[in-house]
Write a protein that binds this ligand. Structure first.
Ligand SMILES: CC1(C)CN=C(N2CCN(c3ncnc4sc(C(F)(F)C(F)(F)F)cc34)CC2)S1
Length: 487
């Protein structure tokens, strides 16, 4: 059983970040299960006290890192309150080893029905059990996490959190073979709580990552609550102590091996390291590569965010050729999905890359001051075409259109910045993908060495072997822009 043990209680009152990390280490390294409700309450109290307007002025720096006094009394009260809510509402059939769908639905109903009637669901700081117990508010991740924490209280250690890149649900039963929705997704969608995870059309949507979700262990559920810590004070400031705590806890989880199969958590750590790097730790760039390797190793490269974490890093650091390659690799992931109405988040991601970030890069690069301009690099043109081609293919076979005229201007603007002699150095190679999956036009230039070809088996082709019946770049770009201009 999990639990709030004497060794943990001895750490109170907690006055600094080091002690919080020690509490998490105790819980993570102890042979029994880490106690999700205890850790979520502690993280939530710290986050909310350091980011809420109310106590900004009175947070005196107790030590060099200022934390509010976390006393045992406060934490114990909330910890017991959660236990009582769950145990009073759900009678447990002691004989059962595994949870049933009814049990999972019942715990979800207890959480769901105790939430405040209506509140702004996308607000920050609504992810923890502190938010649930002190304000009866949770965001969609928070509901799913609370259900798993509730099932842990009841002794069902088979119930685990399953995470896609924009949704959370639970797995349960023998070998975690059963799935169930326990929270809502997006705006204005009926919740599907209690139902199995989409077998139908939604299973080809990015929202369910082609049935390659991150299925958490207890320790990875701690990584999820740590990842969900939100240090933002407002839209352009972070509470320093909260992001420092999050970074320390992510390194603790990283060192204990609990981020290996959790690409987004590694990406979160990479973002924090880019802002303030820790002595003796790998460079943030390495973390972004590790997140990509994790997705390729454990999730059949079906996740997009590892590439957009990496692309964002390259973009911020003016490494534009590398950014184009990351975004083209992200596009290679999305091309095999069908776009559905639940995929707005990733649509917005690609829209921002295509219509804000890439045009911004082209503007800078064509201002004539960059000596080593990307406009002279055929591999940059190849990456961009692969990027756009992936979005076109994402749309193919989807019930919902992706592209509209708003995409066309930036696209044509970007492509036209490359001179014909640069474009001519890029060869289009087409390789087909078996068993009904979407066809794949691999785009590469003849001195291309990115892992796209290695990954997808597209052969590179030297210039003189150019095969006349492959579409030329002009044909492809014309087709692409034709499609865009006359959807
Ligand atoms: C490259 C980016 C645009 C920068 N931040 C990104 N994040 C921030 C962190 N993030 C996450 N980071 C760790 N774990 C999770 S679980 C999850 C979720 F499944 F959607 C949930 F649970 F519904 F919210 C989201 C998410 C979502 C993606 S993607």
């Amino acid at each position: 059983m999990a639990g709030f043990r004497a060794t943990d209680k001895a750490l109170f009152p907690i006055k600094n970040i080091k002690t919080v990390v020690q509490l998490f280490r105790n819980q993570l390294e102890h042979s029994q299960e880490p106690d999700l409700s205890l850790l979520s309450i502690v993280a939530g109290v710290i986050e909310n006290s350091l980011t809420s307007r109310s106590n900004l002025q009175i947070c005196e720096p107790v030590e060099h890192n200022c934390l509010p006094n976390l006393d045992l009394e406060t934490i114990t009260l909330m910890y017991s309150k959660f236990q009582t809510i769950i145990k009073n509402a759900v009678e447990v059939n002691k004989q059962r080893k595994y949870a049933t769908r009814e049990l999972v639905k019942k715990v979800s109903d207890v959480i769901w029905n105790s939430l405040t009637r209506s509140y702004y669901k996308d607000r920050a700081h609504l992810q923890s059990l502190y938010s649930y117990l002190s304000g009866s508010k949770l965001d969609c991740f928070g509901v799913a996490f609370a259900v798993v924490a509730g099932c842990q209280v009841l002794g069902y250690n088979d119930v685990h959190l399953a995470l896609s890149e924009d949704h959370a649900w639970v797995v349960f039963g023998e070998n975690g073979s059963e799935t169930a929705e326990v929270t809502w997704h997006g705006k204005g969608n009926e919740d599907k709580r209690g139902q199995e995870i989409g077998k139908g059309v939604s299973s080809r949507s990015w929202l369910y990552v082609n049935n390659k979700p991150v299925v958490c262990t207890r320790h990875m559920e701690v990584a999820a609550l740590v990842s969900a810590i939100n240090p933002s004070l407002n839209s352009n400031q972070d509470a320093y102590e909260v992001s420092e705590l999050q970074q320390e806890l992510l390194w603790l989880l990283y060192d204990l091996g609990h981020l290996k199969k959790y690409p987004m958590a590694i990406g979160n750590l990479g973002d924090l390291e880019e802002i303030s790097s820790r002595e003796g730790r790998v460079e943030c760039r390495v973390l972004f590569e590790e997140a990509i390797k994790s997705s390729r190793s454990y999730y059949n490269n079906q996740h997009v965010y590892p590439y957009t974490y990496q692309g964002g890093y390259f973009y911020r650091n003016k490494m534009y050729k590398e950014a184009f390659e990351s975004w083209a690799n992200a596009s290679d992931v999305i091309r095999l999905y069908n776009y559905s109405r639940d995929d707005e988040e990733i649509y917005k991601e690609f829209l921002e890359i295509a219509n804000e970030l890439i045009p911004h890069i082209m503007k800078i690069e064509s201002s004539g001051f960059s000596a080593n301009t990307i406009l002279k690099k055929p591999e940059c043109f190849a990456h961009l075409l692969r990027f756009y081609d992936g979005i076109c293919q994402w749309e193919e076979g989807s019930a919902t259109p992706v592209l509209h005229i708003g995409w066309a201007k930036p696209l044509v603007n970007t492509i036209s910045k490359f001179d014909a002699d640069v474009r001519a150095q890029v060869n289009i190679l087409c390789d087909t993908v078996q068993d009904g999956a979407k066809k794949n036009a691999g785009i590469c230039n003849n001195n291309n060495n990115n892992n796209y070809e290695k990954e997808n088996g597209a052969q590179t082709e030297t210039k003189d072997e150019k095969d006349t019946n492959f579409p030329t770049i002009e044909a492809l770009t014309a087709a692409c822009s034709e499609k865009l201009l006359n959807p």
